[in-house]
Design a protein around this ligand. Structure first.
Ligand code: NDP
Ligand code: 8X3
Length: 250
């Protein structure tokens, strides 16, 4: 039977690549993000392969998040797979000079937004006693790096929430996994550095992971047999050994 997946942050990077990967495998898609014009483009591209519905909401807005998910048409109401991907780093500053607006954005989007979306979707999964939640963490959720303070804290929280979900949802047979990439070449650094040269330099001198590399791993995780759950996946590009060690050619 065809499955339905809801992907947050489907307008760019890892989320968009995951939408493309899932469409190839005939999974029906609910694509979420704030930029409707981008959602429309992805929907148009993928509608040839599968059924696609878009939802436009900011995960920071609790009421809008619940309204959007509760408004899903019957065909898309039973969500089998949730990809909690929406998120970003905002700033790269030592703790003593970091911006409280950046801190709010990271905790509100990466942590609380993930919780709101999950809270809206989990009751359907517990009722049906099935489902798979994949939370996109980060190598930053396993290792704190200089000036990463609050972003790393938000991703450490994602890993703790993932473990907590897996324990609490275990009686219902719901799988919960974390996929934790290192450096992936997306709009991530444009957002972190608010555009500019610093953002362009992040992926220079080595081959970073591409969003499609992560999407393939996410699809591998959701396509294992029902008795197999890949609980926690850490993936780096070959040039990266840890959060701070990257072999660059220039
Ligand atoms: P992108 O900036 O390319 O994509 C981020 C996505 O999140 C966009 O689709 C954006 O959609 C969505 N998003 C951001 N803020 C909000 C919000 N307030 N409400 C709803 N959606 C939002 O980055 P990536 O693809 O790289 O990031 C995806 C995930 O992967 C993030 O959780 C990130 O932390 C994680 N990650 C990224 C790594 C990297 O090096 N790139 C490495 C490890 C993890 P829109 O703006 O349209 O709302
Ligand atoms: C994104 C990877 O190293 O920029 O989570 O934090 S990193």
């Amino acid at each position: 039977m065809k499955k339905t997946a809801l992907i947050t942050g489907a307008t760019s990077g890892i989320g968009r690549a995951t939408a493309h990967e899932f469409a190839k495998h005939g999974i029906d898609l609910i694509l979420c993000g704030r930029r409707q014009e981008r959602l429309d483009i992805v929907q148009k591209a993928l509608s040839r392969e599968t059924d696609v519905h878009t939802l436009n909401f900011d995960v920071r807005d609790k009421d809008n998040t619940f309204e959007a998910i509760n408004s899903l048409p019957d065909k898309f109401k039973n969500i089998d797979i949730l990809i909690n991907n929406a998120g970003n780093a905002h700033g790269l500053d030592p703790i003593e000079t970091g911006s409280t607006d950046d801190w709010d954005a990271m905790m509100d989007i990466n942590v609380k937004g993930l919780l709101y979306v999950s809270k809206a979707i989990i009751p359907g999964m517990t009722e049906r006693k099935s489902g798979h939640i994949i939370n996109i963490g980060s190598s930053a959720g396993k290792e704190v790096y200089p000036k990463g303070n609050v972003y790393c804290a938000s991703k450490h929280a994602v890993l703790a929430i993932t473990e907590g979900m897996r324990i609490d949802l275990n009686p219902y047979g719901i799988k919960v996994s974390a996929v934790n990439p290192g450096l992936v070449e997306t709009e991530f650094s444009q957002v972190r550095f608010k555009g500019g040269q610093q953002a362009d330099n992040v992926y220079k001198g080595y081959k970073a992971l591409q969003p499609e590399d992560v999407a393939e791993v996410i699809h591998f995780a959701i396509s294992r047999p029902s008795h197999v759950n890949l609980a926690d996946i850490l993936m780096f590009c070959t040039a990266q050994a840890s959060s701070t060690i990257v072999k660059k050619e220039i």
